[in-house]
Ligand binder design. Structure first.
Ligand code: MSP
Length: 645
């Protein structure tokens, strides 16, 4: 294969049930990696699909009173529909019941059988009649009881076909040891080597039709179908022309990344490479096993009822926010925790506040001060150069993070650049420049901020394609620059042209109240783990401190709360967003004293009800025994919504 192509796959998903967040995660990850590679100018092929044979699908079909094919044809639509909604750019979608796939599976089976790599033998194991499942002695830990239903199993001797997997054990061990990129992260390579310390058996690759009929018939024995994993793994090569289009196959194979979840490591790191070795085909470049999404601290499970349906999430919060959260929150390789509260909090702080705020400040001021035409950039001072460097550096970090499969770190770097953009605005105070009529410097500040947004939106495009399209449209970029991002264009400062029309945008990311998140399930068990103790010294790290978002806010209205001597109800403005606060300051301030003041509030506090009135944040005040003074901002015209800290 050429070093200059990128081929990425997801597992093919069983069509026994609808897609969940785990399926969505891997597919979004593959999509994001594909989009970035295309932006880097690398020809890319992204494959996903469905695994449609075997026991699970047959069982679901029986439960739904359908034929297995009907079960597949109905459920596959749910995956295809979700991928379409989520904006997947997969180049192909393979279904293992398609003839193009079955033909290649049969060809491989026949070739391996002819070469003596597959042989017939007797298979001894235990069978559970009610579950209709066959288990090996290894599966049955407890006497002769079925590991699924704990009922008595029967010993069964069955003739089956076997692949000579054991023959490749030494080769595989050596290959893993000499190819550090082959299984990633490296602790998964060690896990596979641990598994390979025990003698590797041959792999039973058939199922008698009398026991399981739903599968690809063996070409050399019509009483049997192919074992579902042997059939499924072949999708990775049948889709790209193995045995049918040699040129296409050569172009893409070996695959750059098989993205998988940690639970299907052995099938990919042991079965698949040995199968390929027997076929005389090169192994994958990298099998990358990611961790699992836990729900809070718990495993996601249908019986617990905590399965997250991606459709619900995107309907509520939008596609791009969902894509962003999944990519930013999981450190590749580790498990990650999903909760709607964490989702809303990250969404609000990164997207609605930080990114949304920077955009709306720039757009509003260009419209107001320059009639919507982007002003020219004058000389760059230290502040401009500092922001420019941070933004360009974030693009390089994003690029490295893609290459090193540390996407969340790249996204962190870009979000830091967004925050640097907001800090830059606060330092240069364009509102004061406007007031003082310093239009040249004001132009430089707004141009610099808009240029930072052009690059930032490009760097985030693969993760949030539709929102970043909107943002780029607002910046007046041309159609081609909006959607055909090239990393090269993100590495050059100064591409925006003065005079470009900037259009208004109303709330790119709408803010959600934390309360709108689904409350914890009633039947959720109390967590085993105690919350982390507060530091005994009372010292917090800078990261801990910055979790509290302090913002300036302007008091628009204030009134006493009936029947509550101490409370005032305030209507405040935080950077264009109206909020209501209830504060215990009525004994110290009359409503008329405080209207128009610019105060400091905690803007990311979970809303609470005080005397039945919703309070969306908390104001800061200094207290000394009997007196109380509001923390206010020096200078009445300071804009609300500015960060404090
Ligand atoms: N059909 C096989 C794969 C064959 S690939 C040749 C299969 N399908 S599956 O539908 O059961 O699971 C697909 C993927 O979903 C696996 O990679 C699995 O790790 C992943 N996930 C299932 N639950 C998950 C989470 N809670 N979190 C993240 N991914 C999880 O296995």
């Amino acid at each position: 294969m050429s070093e200059n192509t990128f081929y990425v796959t997801t597992p093919i998903y069983y069509v026994n049930d609808k897609p969940h967040i785990g399926h969505a995660y891997t597919t979004i990850l593959a999509d994001v990696l594909s989009r970035y590679h295309r932006e880097l100018g690398v020809p890319t092929f992204f494959l996903t699909g469905t695994d449609e044979h075997g026991q699970k699908v047959q069982k679901a079909a029986t439960e739904h009173k359908m034929s297995p094919q009907e079960q597949c044809d109905t459920t596959v639509l749910r995956f295809q529909e979700l991928w379409k909604k989520l904006g997947m750019t997969n180049d192909d979608f393979i279904r293992t019941t398609e003839e193009r796939h079955k033909k290649i599976v049969r060809k491989i089976l026949q070739d391996l059988y002819d070469k003596g790599e597959i042989y017939k033998s007797e298979y001894k194991g235990r069978y559970c009649v009610p579950c209709e499942r066959f288990f090996t002695d290894k599966d049955i830990a407890d006497g002769n009881l079925c590991p699924e239903c704990s009922r008595e199993t029967q010993e069964i001797v069955e003739s089956n076909y076997f692949f000579r997997m054991s023959k490749y054990q030494d080769w595989l061990i050596d290959y893993i040891k000499t190819h550090p990129d082959f299984i990633q992260p490296s602790f998964r390579a060690n896990e596979t080597l641990g598994f390979l310390q025990k003698p590797l058996g041959d792999l039973c690759i058939s199922r008698p039709k009398s026991r399981l009929a739903w599968g690809i018939e063996l070409p050399f024995d019509s009483d049997y179908v192919c074992y579902v994993w042997f059939d499924a793994l072949i999708n990775y090569i049948s889709a790209i022309g193995y045995g049918s289009d040699e040129a296409k196959f050569k172009k893409w194979w070996p695959v750059n990344y098989h993205l998988i979840g940690k639970d299907i490591l052995t099938t990919h790191s042991v079965y698949w490479p040995t199968m390929l070795k027997a076929m005389g085909v090169e192994p994958p470049k990298t099998i990358f096993a990611h961790g699992w999404w836990l729900i809070g601290q718990d495993k996601m499970s249908k019986s617990v009822g905590n399965v997250v349906n991606p459709m619900d999430m995107i309907e509520k919060y939008g596609i791009d926010a969902f894509r962003y959260f999944l990519m930013a929150e999981m450190s590749l390789g580790q498990d990650a925790s999903f909760s709607e509260e964490a989702f809303v909090s990250k969404y609000n702080s990164d997207l609605a506040n930080d990114l949304g705020n920077l955009l709306s400040r720039v757009v509003k001021m260009v419209i107001k001060q320059f009639n919507g035409k982007l002003p020219p950039c004058g000389e760059l001072s230290e502040n401009e150069n500092e922001l420019k460097e941070t933004v360009l550096n974030a693009v390089s970090q994003m690029e490295n993070s893609i290459k090193n499969m540390k996407l969340n770190q790249g996204l962190d770097a870009v979000m830091n650049a967004v925050r640097a953009g907001n800090r830059y605005m606060e330092k240069t105070a364009p509102w004061t420049l406007a007031k003082n009529g310093n239009l040249e410097k004001l132009g430089t500040v707004l141009y610099t901020s808009a240029e930072a947004l052009r690059i930032i939106s490009g760097a985030l495009f693969a993760v949030m394609p539709s929102k970043m399209s909107e943002l780029r449209k607002t910046l007046g970029l041309k159609k081609d620059e909006i959607e055909n991002i090239s990393f090269a264009a993100l590495q050059k400062w100064g591409a925006l042209s003065a005079g470009t029309e900037i259009t208004d945008i109303d709330g790119l990311f709408m803010r959600f109240k934390a309360e709108e998140a689904v409350p914890e399930k009633k039947n959720e068990k109390p967590k085993d783990k105690a919350p982390a103790p507060a530091s005994e010294t009372g010292i917090v790290t800078i990261d801990e401190f910055f979790k509290t978002q302090l913002k300036t806010a302007k008091i628009l209205e204030a009134e006493k709360v009936d029947g509550a001597d101490k409370l005032l109800k305030l209507q405040i403005d935080i950077g264009g967003e109206k909020r209501q606060l209830v504060a215990g300051i009525a004994q110290f301030y009359q409503p008329s004293d405080i209207i128009g003041k610019t105060i400091v509030v905690v803007s990311n506090l979970k809303p609470a009800k005080i005397r039945g009135i919703e309070s969306q944040g908390m104001l800061l005040a200094a207290k000394d025994g009997k007196s109380l003074k509001l923390i206010t901002v020096d200078g009445g015209d300071f804009p609300s919504g500015s960060s404090v800290g």
